[in-house]
Write a protein that binds this ligand. Structure first.
Ligand SMILES: NC(=O)c1ccc[n+]([C@@H]2O[C@H](COP(=O)([O-])OP(=O)(O)OC[C@H]3O[C@@H](n4cnc5c(N)ncnc54)[C@H](O)[C@@H]3O)[C@@H](O)[C@H]2O)c1
Length: 249
């Protein structure tokens, strides 16, 4: 129970990586605010945590809206009087609308940047004053290996996630002296069960599909005391995908 008496807020917590992370932090002893734009699914995840003996509350939140974010943080503070951990998971590449830059749509580009980058900036801004005053806090944002290596068809997403990494490094510099730690994790492909992945060796060097736990394990380490001297880093968890071109071997 490494996170006993800690209060954690996870955005995108109704999704694949987010729900796995929320469950993991709850299992480690944290009270978890399960925040997502999909309120029904957020409540289902929070109920799952509570029926497993953990502590959780569901908060419907749209990270595209600073007002919605402020209300989410106010609700958690009102109910628990502290906030120790923020995990920014909300986001996604909108794979079904992926396009080359040449053929891209302005609205889609703005949506991708809004959720993946602006959402992280505004969530961090909403908690940082409280964490600095508390003189402790851990923030982990989920970026992507695509931010490091690029991927044709996903330039807007790559730019947003690279922005998350740059933002996090800078924020880490600003708040380190207040004992607030800011880091990123960058997964490679983490497909949901049933998603067809034709070329698994093309997505990593391990030849197997990543589970969401590969990401949540790293997050759980970074937000625990064990990760207490890690500041401003981006940890790639992609089975070596971003190492470069794959040859058959
Ligand atoms: N799955 C992957 O292969 C992969 C790889 C690298 C990075 N990532 C990143 O990991 C994160 C989670 O991905 P996932 O695969 O679990 O996706 P997912 O679609 O299962 O989960 C994303 C969650 O974010 C929520 N969300 C979307 N817009 C929101 C908004 N405006 N406000 C609040 N919540 C919102 C969704 O409702 C959903 O529950 C994303 O940031 C994604 O970019 C995923």
């Amino acid at each position: 129970m490494k996170l006993q008496s800690k209060v954690a807020l996870v955005t995108g917590a109704a999704g694949y990586i987010g729900s796995t992370t929320a469950l993991r932090l709850a299992r480690d002893g944290a009270t978890v605010a399960v925040c997502d734009v999909n309120g029904d699914l957020a409540r289902t995840v929070a109920d799952g945590i509570m029926s497993a003996g953990g502590k959780a509350l569901a908060v419907e939140t749209d990270v595209r809206s600073p007002a919605s974010i402020e209300a989410m943080v106010a609700r958690v503070l009102e109910q628990h009087s502290r906030l120790d951990i923020l995990v920014n998971v909300a986001g996604g590449s909108a794979r079904e609308r992926a396009s080359t830059v040449h053929g891209s749509d302005e609205q889609v580009i703005r949506e991708i940047i809004d959720v993946n980058l602006m959402g992280v900036i505004f969530c961090c801004r909403a908690v940082i004053g409280h964490m600095c005053a508390q003189r402790s806090g851990k923030i982990v944002s989920v970026a992507s290996a695509v931010a490091i290596q690029g991927q044709p068809g996903f330039a807007d997403y790559a730019a947003a996630k690279a922005g998350v990494i740059a933002f996090s490094k800078t924020l880490a510099m600003e708040v380190g002296r207040h004992n607030v730690h800011v880091n990123c994790v960058s997964p490679g492909l983490v497909p949901r069960p049933g998603t067809p992945v034709e070329d698994i060796p093309g997505t990593n060097y391990l030849g197997r599909i990543a589970s969401p736990e590969t990401v949540s394990n790293l997050i759980a380490f970074l937000v625990s005391e064990e990760g207490d001297f890690v500041v401003g880093q981006n940890y790639v968890v992609d089975g070596g995908w971003s190492l470069g071109l794959k040859g058959r071997h």
